[in-house]
Design a protein around this ligand. Sequence first.
Ligand code: ATP
Ligand code: MG
Ligand code: FE
Length: 335
Amino acid sequence: LIVLGIETSCDETAASIVKDGKDILSNVVASQIESHKRFGGVVPELASRHHVEQITNVVERALEEANVTFKDIDAIAVTEGPGLVGALLVGVSAAKAIAFAQQIPLVGVHHIAGHIYANRLITEMKFPLLSLVVSGGHTELVLMEKHGSFKVIGETRDDAAGEAYDKVARTLQLPYPGGPHIDRLAHEGEPILKLPRAWLEEGSYDFSFSGLKSAVINTLHNAEQRGEKISPENLAASFQASVIEVLTEKTIRAAKEYGVNQVLLAGGVAANKGLRSSLTAAFDSLPDIELHIPPLHLCTDNAAMIAAAGSMLYKLGKRSNLDMNANPGLDIERI
Ligand code: ATP
Ligand code: MG
Ligand code: FE
């Protein structure tokens, strides 16, 4: 089974060829980060325009690098949502055009299902499993009893983890996207500043990061007013410690409660070194639960993960029609 994956939900134009849902034959990502950097975040209109400029070239490169032609493709998997509507539309339109012209079956993919299936590119999935999804727009614990079934047992009530990282980075005047910069600074500092941990109600698997973000901003402003200087390294380390402690604790508790065989880390924030080592250390003492963490380039947005999820959906019999539309509010529990 050879699947062409297409991803344009945010600021990466990506195409990939994946064989049998797990072997990457090519994985092309054209990032727009440089264009959005000077605005301090993703500008939707600019993102759409870049996708339009890049999509043909990116798909052609993916075919070329995999040494295949459209004749070899069994299905086209495309991110249907969630994401920026104008950005999603470019990938969806391209996928539909190719599907129509080349008579290839089309499969719409949920972007977060894609992030989770990045793990299929590195390991077999063993159910029930729990995925901790931490990305620019999502922070969720997703329980999977079988392929294609997603149950959200906890999610953020305000900011996503990546969003919090980017906002804190902005406060520290670090470039966009701020996650990697905070991660780097955090390793040069000590978590000595007192910042809150949002545990929420007892037993809750939900998350909240806006209070933490405000606490960071207040800590900086209060110090400024007193004429004191706060070490950005210590602030980054303290912020990161709070985020990681809550993510790790809730993930472990959910993994035990639901008796899962695997825990899969997913999403752009999964690239975080502190989070990776905290989860690794925590699951080292739980030998019955396997922890898997994809390599960095499969954590951030890419099309190989979309092709992997699309391959699974295709095998389950899912087909999308040519009237499929971009759906920025697509619900993972209803796909
Ligand atoms: P979503 O997947 O929810 O639609 P998205 O696709 O924009 O959102 P991703 O591309 O998965 O998000 O992840 C991008 C986010 O990951 C950004 O917020 C970025 O700051 C964050 N990120 C990347 N690397 C790191 C890191 N090392 N530490 C913390 N955050 C990071
Ligand atoms: Mg991105
Ligand atoms: Fe993403």
